[in-house]
Write a protein of this length. Structure first.
Length: 203
């Protein structure tokens, strides 16, 4: 069940000073949508992740959109909002602190191997390669980075509201670079693999 303390409803967002147009243009789709299983409601439940709302509120784009709505005609203000969604998401991606899980080396290896087995639909064998086959050189490092990258997937909610365009791709690249750099900072032994992945995406 969704922890409501981590989310805010459309009405709650409006109480924070947002308008419906700002929600559409700066936040985009809700993070949670559906029917409330605990009671009948004619409209579906729509909830925004509070951390994402707060991240956008800290951006200059949010302040500019608020000022635009207050100082310009509605049609002009909507144009400002439409043009600022991409900038707001990029600013949120740049500003959001990235917290990487800190694990002992043996535990990180264990989780990385398990994650690899689960994502490749292989049962765990006698060795990291599965079925007694040793893993290729460097595989464990790649698996560790892959596991940590998946553990940080929650940060992808920062991209909500951007769709299949150049702005979305730019934000995705920026977020991936920040995630890999955070992993490298937390685990220096993985820095080379993180740099390799960043270089591949920049090519």
């Amino acid at each position: 069940m969704t922890d409501r303390s981590l989310y805010v409803s459309p009405a709650g967002v409006r109480r924070r000073g947002w308008t419906d147009a700002m929600v559409r243009e700066l936040l985009g789709l809700p993070d949670v949508q559906g029917r409330d299983p605990r009671r009948y409601a004619p409209a579906p439940v729509r909830l925004y992740l509070l951390a994402r709302v707060e991240a956008v509120e800290r951006t200059p784009e949010f302040a500019a959109a608020s000022a635009a709505l207050a100082e310009t005609p509605r049609s002009a203000a909507l144009g400002v909002l439409a043009g600022s969604r991409r900038s707001a998401v990029l600013a949120a991606v740049r500003a959001e602190p990235i917290e990487v899980p800190r694990l002992p080396a043996a535990e990180l290896e264990r989780r990385a191997v398990r994650h690899r087995h689960l994502t490749t639909a292989r049962g765990p064998g006698a060795g990291p390669g599965g079925r007694g086959v040793p893993a290729p050189a460097g595989s464990l490092v790649r698996w560790q980075v892959g596991y940590l990258r998946q553990a940080l997937a929650r940060y992808e909610t920062l991209l909500d509201g951007l769709y299949g365009d150049a702005g979305r791709r730019e934000a995705e690249r920026l977020l991936r670079r920040r995630l890999y750099r955070a992993i490298a900072a937390a685990y220096p032994a993985l820095a080379g693999e993180c740099a390799r992945r960043i270089a591949l995406e920049s090519a």
